[in-house]
Ligand binder design. Structure first.
Ligand SMILES: C[S@@+](CC[C@H](N)C(=O)[O-])C[C@H]1O[C@@H](n2cnc3c(N)ncnc32)[C@H](O)[C@@H]1O
Length: 499
C-alpha cells in the first residue's frame, strides 16, 4: 500500500509508540450539576458527566487513554486546515452592539505542511486508540491538505475502513478570484475502526429531493410517491420509481446544508463555526442514544450542542479560553436553540450535567490574549493578573436566610494597557462583564454553578441582581465567578453568616 513520507514522521511515530504513560491529572474547575437550569443525568447511576476540557488535545487525549481507551464511539474533528492564516472572532461589548475583532487561533505552521502533518499524525494515532470497535471518525478538511491526510488515514485506520469522502458544498458568496474556479466545498473523510461499525438508516438524516424530482413526484392509489424514470437512452421514461416521502438516503455530496448565517439562532460569532445540521447527520448516522461523541477541536461547541440535543454523551476539548467560554454559554443556553428533530421548535429541554476540566499544572485561568494589549505593552499576563486581580464590588441583600447578590462595580487595575479600541467602547463598568456565576457554598477548588447570567450574541442584557437563594443556618463562603469580554476569568469570595 502506498504511504506518505514527510519530514520527521518517523520521529513522531516513535514518540507516540513509546509506552511510558504521559498522562497528566485532570483538575475539575467547574461543575454544572446543580445549576438552576435543572439538570438530569443520562446514566441512572449518575456516574457519567459530559466533559468540556481546556488544553492541548494531545495532552488531553494522552490523559484520557486510561479512562477512555476504546470507549469513544464517534470522533468528529474540524482542525485548522493549514490555510496559513489567522482566525478571528468578534468580542461583543455591552448592550448597544459595539464589537471588536480579535485573533482566535493561528493556522500558520512554521515548518509548513510537514509540521502540520506531524501535528495531526500523532493526534490521529491517539484518536484511533480512543475509538471503540464500533466507532467512526469524521475528519473535516478542505483542498489544502485533505489529499495528504487521506493517505495518512489509510495508513492508520486501514484502507478497508475507509467509508466516504463527503463533499460538503456551500455557496462561496464572497469569493473574488477570476484566476481559477471558485472553491466552494469542504471534504469530510469518514473512516471506521473496524467493519462492525454503527450506521443508521434514520429518516432524520435524509436529504431533500432536488426541486426537479419534487416537481416530478406523483402519488399512486396507495398514497406512495413515485416518479417516472429508468431510461437514460432518450426514450420515454416509463418505469415508476417509488420513493420515500422523507427524502432520499444521503449521497456523499451534501448540498442541502447551508453555511452558518449571523441571523440564525445557532450563530455564536465564531468564524469557523459549522452548522448543527451537518453534525446532526453525522451523529445520527454513526451513533445510538447514549453513545460517547468526542470533538477534540471543539471551537464554539457545535458537536457538543448537537450531541447534547440528540441524547448522546460528549467530550469536547479546545486550547483557547474563549472557545471554552463560548461552549459553556452555548450549552447553558441550549434550551433556547432549535430542536434538531423539529427544526421550527425550540429544543427546550434541561441541560444534562457537565464539568469543565483542565490539565493540572496547565490551568489557564485568567489568560489574556496578546491581541487585547497595546502593541508596545507586552508583559507577563499571568503574573499581572495574579498580583493585580480585577476588582469586583457587590452588594449582599440579606433577609434572614434569603440572599440576593447585586453587582456594583468591576474594574481592571491594568486597564491602561488594554487596547484603546476596546477601552473607548466601554460606557459603563458592566460593559466589561460577559458572564457571572454564583456558587453559594464554595469549596475552594471546584466551582459549582448554582446561578448564572451571561450575554449571548442575541441576548445582550445581563442581570445585575441574582435570584433569591435560601441558605442554611451557619457560615457560608460564597464565590462569584466573573468572565469579562477579554476572557479574564476570576473568582471572588465573600463570607456570610446566617443566624
Ligand atoms: C476550525 S475550529 C473548530 C470549529 C468548530 N467545529 C465549530 O463548529 O465551532 C478549530 C479549533 O481547534 C482549536 N485547536 C487548535 N489546535 C488545538 C489543539 N492542539 N488542541 C485543542 N484545540 C485546538 C482552535 O482553538 C479552534 O477553536
Amino acid at each position: 500500500m502506498p504511504t506518505l513520507r514527510w519530514k520527521d514522521k518517523e520521529k513522531f511515530k516513535h514518540l507516540i509508540s513509546n509506552t511510558e504513560s504521559k498522562a497528566v491529572s485532570f483538575q475539575i474547575n467547574e461543575d454544572f450539576c446543580n445549576i438552576s437550569l435543572k439538570t438530569t443525568s443520562i446514566d441512572k447511576d449518575n456516574v457519567w458527566k459530559n466533559l468540556l476540557i481546556q488544553g492541548d488535545n494531545k495532552l488531553v487525549m494522552e490523559s484520557l487513554i486510561d479512562s477512555s481507551h476504546e470507549k469513544i464511539d464517534l470522533i468528529y474533528i474540524d482542525p485548522p486546515f493549514a490555510t496559513g492564516g489567522n482566525f478571528n472572532y468578534k468580542i461583543q461589548i455591552g448592550e448597544e452592539g459595539a464589537s471588536e475583532v480579535v485573533k482566535s487561533y493561528s493556522d500558520k505552521w512554521n515548518g509548513g505542511i510537514d509540521s502540520y502533518l506531524n501535528f495531526l499524525y500523532e493526534r490521529l494515532l491517539l484518536m484511533k486508540d480512543l475509538l471503540s470497535e464500533k466507532g467512526s471518525i469524521y475528519l473535516h478538511l478542505d483542498w489544502h491538505v485533505s489529499h495528504y491526510v487521506k493517505i495518512i488515514l489509510d495508513e492508520i485506520f486501514g484502507e478497508i475502513n475507509f467509508r466516504n469522502e463527503i463533499i460538503w458544498v456551500y455557496p462561496a458568496a464572497s469569493a473574488q478570484t477570476r484566476k481559477f474556479f471558485i472553491r466552494s466545498y469542504d471534504v469530510i473523510l469518514f473512516y471506521t475502526k473496524s467493519n462492525k461499525y454503527i450506521f443508521n438508516d434514520d429518516p432524520n438524516i435524509y436529504m431533500d429531493y432536488s426541486d426537479r424530482v419534487k416537481n416530478a413526484l406523483k402519488e399512486d392509489e396507495n398514497g406512495v410517491f413515485y416518479y417516472r424514470g429508468g431510461s437514460h437512452d432518450g426514450k420515454k421514461l416509463s418505469q415508476k420509481v417509488y420513493v420515500k416521502q422523507d427524502g432520499i438516503f444521503p449521497r456523499d455530496f451534501w448540498h442541502d446544508i447551508p453555511y452558518i448565517r449571523a441571523n440564525t439562532v445557532e450563530y455564536q460569532g465564531f468564524s469557523t463555526q459549522k452548522p448543527e445540521r451537518l453534525l446532526k447527520r453525522i451523529i445520527l448516522a454513526s451513533t445510538n442514544k447514549n453513545d460517547v461523541v468526542a470533538d477534540f477541536f471543539c471551537g464554539s461547541g457545535t458537536t457538543l450542542a448537537v450531541a447534547e440535543k440528540l441524547g448522546r454523551r460528549w467530550i469536547g476539548c479546545d486550547t483557547t479560553n474563549h472557545a471554552i467560554h463560548m461552549g459553556r454559554k452555548r450549552l447553558f443556553n441550549i434550551n433556547n436553540g432549535n430542536d434538531l428533530l423539529a427544526w421550527k421548535k425550540k429544543y427546550n429541554q434541561p441541560l444534562k450535567p457537565f464539568k469543565i476540566l483542565s490539565l493540572e499544572g496547565f490551568h489557564d485561568r485568567g489568560f489574556l490574549n496578546d491581541k487585547f494589549l497595546e502593541k508596545e505593552e507586552y508583559f507577563d499576563l499571568k503574573n499581572i493578573i495574579e498580583t493585580n486581580k480585577p476588582k469586583l464590588s457587590i452588594e449582599i441583600h440579606q433577609k434572614e436566610n434569603k440572599i440576593v447578590l447585586e453587582l456594583q462595580d468591576y474594574s481592571l487595575p491594568f486597564v491602561g494597557k488594554i487596547s484603546h479600541k476596546i477601552r473607548e467602547k466601554i460606557k459603563t463598568y458592566s460593559d466589561w462583564i460577559d458572564y457571572w456565576a454564583i456558587d453559594f457554598n464554595y469549596s475552594q477548588n471546584v466551582f459549582n454553578v448554582n446561578w448564572t447570567s451571561f450575554r449571548t450574541p442575541k441576548i445582550r442584557k445581563l442581570e445585575m441582581r441574582s435570584k433569591e437563594h435560601s441558605l442554611k443556618t451557619g457560615n457560608h463562603l460564597l464565590a462569584i465567578m466573573i468572565i469579562d469580554i477579554l476572557g479574564i476569568e476570576t473568582i471572588h469570595t465573600f463570607e456570610i453568616k446566617v443566624d
